[in-house]
Write a protein that binds this ligand. Structure first.
Ligand code: PLP
Length: 426
């Protein structure tokens, strides 16, 4: 057998099937997107063969001259994109990026303060089922029941009461912007570090469509595969390097700047060899994100989300906080007598993919939920504009209002599939 021909018919047939699924359906999962072909080409390249523990020009393996150049380009492009002075592009995922940061800046048992998972936060921000809730002592802030918004005064009161060493802002299902300047004041008032996890809105932040965390937060983490439209992965950045305020030492007893601690938090702290094929794909995506085309893309993502939110409201759906500033919205389905689980399972029958999601103060379990989260990053990559949002919301409403009518659902599915032929994928 040769290495160049495809023999694994079973897997490649399945990949083809998945490609068709992606092509025919309406993808509204807020954390998903479609990368460019050149991003996928880099991700599927010979770089997957290379070990490169360490950092560019400081490796534990030979033969790293080429990957050094690639990784350095990825770092430089990312720094340019966000106005950072330091970056690490090696985290395999967003969760890995957060694990590396916490390992670098905290000791086991230290207190952390994050945004409540059931209000839209992420597992890695202190959930008891995650390393962040098992290794550290978490407490949480949330949204107000009346407004669906975070009250910064309450975050301050919580920080004063808990005195955490790390405050985490950022979310998976919060449709409003963050007051990073205010959060930094709060962090400073209790001597905490401030981490912004911008995994979801990273692309909108990079292009100036949302508040800038880099100038206020000590550390910023992100995934690269959501609005940023790169390969699956994570990154860590700083606006500027600073002395480690808690006096943490390296295993050799040295006091180091935060950049060195964070690099060490990634490798050898939580990872082994970096994925240089994915780092190359990140570099490609960052280059794309530096372009004016990408600016137009994220502007359209935001415009589409705001039109979509209005279309849902016009049909009597309830949106947490009443709308959106970013690429996503969280819809409370209780006013329609539906659950998130039913919505997800019914919409998939019409080739529309969303995810069920807890709403703040949800009375249902995480497996059922009262809400659904939808986002416009992926459908905007397909080429959809404001008018198409009205059609998408019509499809969703038709499905949800006819959830027990299989004939109707099949008809909507046909309409969805023919609608999507207007937006070729690759
Ligand atoms: N942080 C936030 C805010 C997220 O939304 C996510 C992804 O859902 C992550 C971290 C984790 O990223 P990953 O799935 O790449 O580990």
């Amino acid at each position: 057998t040769t290495l160049t021909s495809l023999h694994d018919v079973q897997i490649f047939n399945l990949i083809d099937k998945e490609r068709q699924r992606q092509e025919h359906g309406i993808e509204l999962i807020a954390s998903e997107n479609f990368t460019s072909e050149q991003v996928m080409r880099a991700a599927g390249s010979v770089l997957t063969n290379k070990y490169a523990e360490g950092l560019p020009a400081k490796r534990y393996y030979g033969g790293c001259e080429v990957v050094d150049e690639i990784e350095q380009l990825a770092i430089d492009r990312l720094k340019e994109l966000f106005g950072a002075t330091w970056a690490n592009v090696q985290p395999h995922s967003g969760a890995q990026a957060n694990a590396a940061v916490m390992l670098a800046v905290l000791n086991p048992g230290d207190k952390i303060l994050g945004f409540d998972l059931s209000h839209g936060g992420h597992l890695t921000h202190g959930s008891p089922v995650n390393f962040s809730g098992k290794l550290y002592q978490p407490s949480f802030y949330g949204v107000e029941p009346e407004t669906g918004l975070i009250d910064w005064n309450k975050v301050e009161a919580k920080a004063q009461a808990e005195k955490p060493k790390l405050i985490i802002c950022g979310a998976s299902a919060y449709s409003r912007d963050w007051d990073y300047a205010r959060l930094r004041q709060i962090a400073d008032s209790v001597g905490a570090l401030l981490l912004a996890d911008i995994s979801h809105p990273a692309g909108l932040i990079a292009k100036g469509l949302l508040n800038d965390p880099i100038q206020h937060c000590h550390i910023v983490t992100s995934t690269t595969h959501k609005t940023l439209r790169g390969p699956r992965g994570g990154v860590i950045m700083m606006g500027k390097d600073f002395e480690n305020p808690f006096g943490h030492k390296t295993p050799k007893g040295e006091l180091k700047p935060m950049s060195a601690l964070l690099d060490g938090g990634v490798f050898p702290g939580t990872q082994g060899g970096p994925l240089e094929h994915i780092i190359a794909a990140k570099a490609v995506a960052f280059h794309e994100a530096l372009s004016d085309d990408y600016l137009a893309y994220v502007q359209q993502v935001k415009a589409n989300a705001s039109v979509m939110a209005k279309a849902f409201l016009d049909k009597g759906y309830q949106i947490i906080s009443g709308g959106t500033d970013n690429h996503l919205m969280l819809i409370d389905l209780r006013s329609k007598g539906l659950t998130g689980k039913l919505a997800e399972n019914t919409l998939i029958k019409a080739d529309i993919t969303i995810n069920k999601n807890m709403v703040p103060f949800d009375d249902k379990s995480p497996f059922v939920t009262s809400g659904m989260r939808v986002g416009t990053a992926a459908i905007t990559t397909r080429g959809m504009k404001e008018n198409d949002m009205l059609q998408v919301v019509d499809f969703i409403d038709e499905v949800l209002m006819n959830h027990d009518n299989d004939t109707k659902l099949a008809a909507v599915r046909g309409a969805v599939n023919s609608f999507m032929t207007k937006f070729p994928l690759y």
